[in-house]
Design a protein around this ligand. Sequence first.
Ligand SMILES: *Cc1c(COP(=O)(O)O)cnc(C)c1O
Length: 372
Amino acid sequence: MDDGHIPYYHPAWIEIDLKQFKINLSIIKKNVPDSLLCLPVKANAYGHGLVAMAKTAVNGGVDYLAVSCLQEGILLREEEITLPILVMGAIHEDQIPSLLKYNLDFSISSHLKATMVSKVCSIQKKSCRVHIEVDTGMQRTGMRPHTALALLKELSHNPWINVVGIYSHMATADQPNHAIANQQISIFNQVVDEARLFMHHIIAHLANSGGVVHYPSSYFDMIRPGILALGYYHHATSSFADIKPFLSLKAKVSYFKVVPKDSGISYGHNYKTNRDSRIITVPVGYGDGYRRSLSNMALVLIHGKLYPVVGNICMDQCMVDIGDDAVFVGDEVSLIGDHPHISLNDIAKLCHTIPYEILCNLSMRLPRVYLS
Ligand SMILES: *Cc1c(COP(=O)(O)O)cnc(C)c1O
């Protein structure tokens, strides 16, 4: 599986070890045996490649997929993925016919949207599957609990709209024992109890990765861990300790030169060599998602040894000082991977952001190479 790219013909690439991904999924399933597993694959599966990750998830026993938008749902259906797919983001009126056509589950978070959907369904004589989104404290999308329950009651008589789920999203679940998280769980619990009085088979779901790791009371009928399945959940407790990341960003050295002492390197010359130096060029830049704020900060790994990125990172290239060592054009460089100082967490910290943001910004031009 290579998502349509030709592996290795581009001198920089992302390597993804699907075996570890499957191990991660099985650890999650083992720890949460009584809930369905929904895998969020939004934003190109957090940069890992939407279709390959979804197909592997299907084989790995995932029950449900979640995407952020219609477009991602269509891509999956066009690859003949038949699992239920929930579009989590707010839907717009002009998307309703396509949501129906591709048999996507979608969120309803207002009375108005429900009316729009019902209208299109009745014209097309097609029913649909929806999840009612309740806002229990995130203040992003979702209906307040009492409004959600009123709508649920109303929809229980609607011949077109089949309510298959009710869900909410946690704002602080990455922190154990957080008051807001506990409050959201308790509010959701009440809503679900009341909903069950007239909708017995509804799938209730709340937990993101933080919920799965820290709040067993947030499991309900289905869990939605994204970053945990990818191995980047940071504060994993012992039962999830064997979950590991499986993505690396690699490239082949594209150029080598020796520069004299006091040479400025790259745009702005804000790095100067303090001795005669061997400088190599790596064909990865901020256009690939290797952020410019890593300039003069990040390290890369070559032949098991760490070297500094020197000078400003360019759009498509960056430079590395290899001291007196021997590195040749074509040698492999790891920029992100499972090694101290180049782990995604380390890279994200240097950029003052979270691993999620670095992953999502890994450019489409980097081929994804899947190891299985
Ligand atoms: C992104 C998202 C998730 C997954 O979040 P992680 O922190 O990656 O586990 C779950 N539910 C919703 C609604 C989301 O938007």
